[in-house]
Write a protein that binds this ligand. Sequence first.
Ligand code: NAD
Length: 301
Amino acid sequence: MADNLKDHIVSVIGAGTMGNGITHVFAQYGYQVTMIDVSADALTRGLATISKNLDRMVAKEKISQQERNETLARIKTSTEIQTSVQDATLVVEAATENVDLKLKIFKGLSEFCKPDAILATNTSSISITKIASVTNHPDRVIGMHFMNPVPLMKLVEIIRGYSTSDTVTETVTALSKSLDKIPVTVNDYPGFVANRVLIPMINEAIIALWEGVAGVEEIDNVMKLGMAHPMGPLQLADFIGLDVVLAITRVLQDGYGQPKYAPCPLLVNMVQAGKLGVKSGEGFYAYTPGDKQLVVSPNFR
Ligand code: NAD
């Protein structure tokens, strides 16, 4: 492990939505980062997103042009996981949310990384303890759950697996603070805290819609205007992706075995119909490229 915080060498696995954001913040706060992806195109897109987001920060005078250039200079990219993680003292995995894929990646990391490297995962819903179980050092595996968009959102939910050591938890807490984030430590149970509270709220909003209690806009307006949520639960579901919401609901249902976590049949139907929200162009709202106005989907008018 690095003696000083700033001596940490970071590898981020995955250059998608979360991976490029995590790479951005580590590089911005002075760490050398290698962003790794199986897809060279994903790396190109990830780096372009980081560049664009840094340019926006320069335009808003949040960072200087020099800080922008120095941030980009600290980032390397690679499609070769085995050779690229050898020097890392911290690996943050942000690859696609798939259990078998993550187990394979962590088995590899356990072989390729230094024995004292910290292996963190940004998973939204997979058990940290399960991921740790395929490594040689389960005490060094931890959840480091950044929120989307990473450069803007303050929270890092730090999840302690069953065997995660105090030292690793303390180091990851200090590293998160060094990125100007606010870490909150929780234990490893299905949904952790963020999704255990958020996802049932979204599911309940969908149940209220399905039962005809109120329409899409009414439900979202109650939560926006009455609870000061920046986005209503149905719009948020569209933003997260209804397939992702359903998958996390299933994790809660399987993990706790309680009827209260059963997904609303309307949510199941919408996923089966391919109405996944923003990414498919339609969910509770209909999305036209370039149009920022929020328009309720024809199905709910
Ligand atoms: P994404 O689909 O945008 O990106 C995933 C990337 O992983 C892709 O570029 C893909 O090419 C790459 N990848 C796949 N297999 C790989 C491998 N073996 N090695 C290296 N790279 C590989 O996904 P995302 O939304 O960035 O999510 C990444 C992780 O972050 C998931 O675990 C997800 O649950 C979690 N998460 C997502 C959000 C969110 O809002 N999107 C929020 C919090 C946490």
